[in-house]
Design a protein. Structure first.
Ligand code: ASP
Length: 341
């Protein structure tokens, strides 16, 4: 039987076209996608499209879009073999991370892609990204199962786990990496799937979605010269339930008494959830290595291991949306839920 794919267009550079010199780049009507990318008509699969209204630059993405995407995928789950989401690159790693937690026991591919140049431009990277993303979303193994039953990002010949990805380049075609996780697939003459890395759902477990998100999270990036006032505002703010601290190297922060005592106040007095991720692109947090990290561990700061900031944010939104018990969230944060650790 022919595979069928739902192509979901949310906005971003990929779907832009220069209508006239005066109008500049404007989103084009996606029902005409086959005219823009005639290669799509040669696929042996059926491709339907769904366009969000309004289309947005992904810098304007809010959790509401993730909820709509999760609901749409749930509604159409039995009708399609895979989903391709066209999305702006700026927040693609955030959206892919969040969706990976919101979709549970996913047995079908959900592949995000986009481009650095609009699909209507001669040198666009959008056409290859789109065509290969569709091929991956429709690929089955010998047993007839989806080859990549994960939320992933396809970009510039590589397929990355969504919650391991980060945007690393604002101009080059290789805009994404997953520094702590091997690519799930690489496209050359053939698409080579890295089956030992690709996760599979629990057999027979039903697919479900989680759309309750609690977004009361702040991100604090440690830097030389940061003041006690700034740290206190972020860590102890009454509206904040959790804070992601982006620390140096293997999880080191400031060892000064004022810093440790603000962390103590936030964790011990207010029982806030504080998670430590590294500012480094690769590697992981190990708070037992240096005294500056140990002080945080002693105060009850949770290690984010090798999680990206994007993954930690999506995971917190998801876990906090499920329970009001901060201790349960702290426990679950340390569990590998979707291959994010
Ligand atoms: N600002 C655009 C967006 O994220 C950039 C892109 O699509 O690459 O929507």
């Amino acid at each position: 039987m022919r595979s069928s794919i739902l192509l979901i267009y949310t906005g971003g550079t990929i779907g832009m076209k220069e209508e006239s010199e005066r109008s500049g780049l404007v989103p084009f009507d996606f029902s005409g996608i086959i005219n823009e990318v005639p290669e799509l008509s040669r696929f042996a699969c059926k491709i339907d499209s769904y366009t969000f209204d309004p289309l947005i630059d992904s810098s304007d993405v809010e959790p509401g879009l993730w909820q709509k995407l999760a609901i749409l995928i749930k509604e159409k789950y039995d009708l399609y073999d895979g989903f391709v989401i066209l999305h702006g690159t700026d927040t693609m790693a955030y959206s892919a991370s969040a969706l990976s937690f919101m979709l549970e026991n996913l047995a079908k591919p959900v592949i995000f892609t986009g481009s650095q140049l609009p699909i209507g431009r001669t040198r666009t990277d959008g056409r290859e990204n789109l065509v290969s993303a569709i091929e991956i979303a429709s690929a089955k193994d010998k047993k007839g199962r989806a080859r990549v039953p994960e939320v992933a990002i396809y970009f510039n010949s590589q397929l990355f786990r969504g919650n391991r990805s980060t945007k690393v380049n604002s101009v080059a075609f290789d805009a994404f990496r997953s520094p702590n996780c091997l690519p799930l697939a690489e496209a050359g003459i053939d698409i080579k799937y890295n089956t030992s890395v690709i996760r599979r759902p629990e057999p027979d477990a039903p697919f479900s979605i989680h759309t309750d998100l609690d977004t009361r999270v702040s991100i604090l990036k440690i830097h030389p010269g940061i003041t006690p006032q700034v740290v206190r505002n972020i860590l102890c703010g009454p509206e904040t339930r959790a804070v992601i601290i982006e620390t140096y190297g293997s999880g080191n922060a400031i060892s000064k008494d004022w810093f440790v005592s603000i962390v103590h106040e936030a964790v011990s007095k207010d029982n806030k959830i504080i998670i430590n991720v590294t500012q480094c692109l690769s590697g992981e947090v190990n708070m037992n290595l240096y005294a500056t990290g140990k002080a945080l561990a002693n105060e009850g700061v949770i290690s984010g291991g090798d999680m990206t900031t994007e993954a930690a944010l999506g995971k917190l939104f998801f876990l906090m949306g499920k329970t009001s018990d901060n201790n349960a969230v702290k426990q679950a944060l340390q569990t590998n839920l979707r291959g994010e650790i």
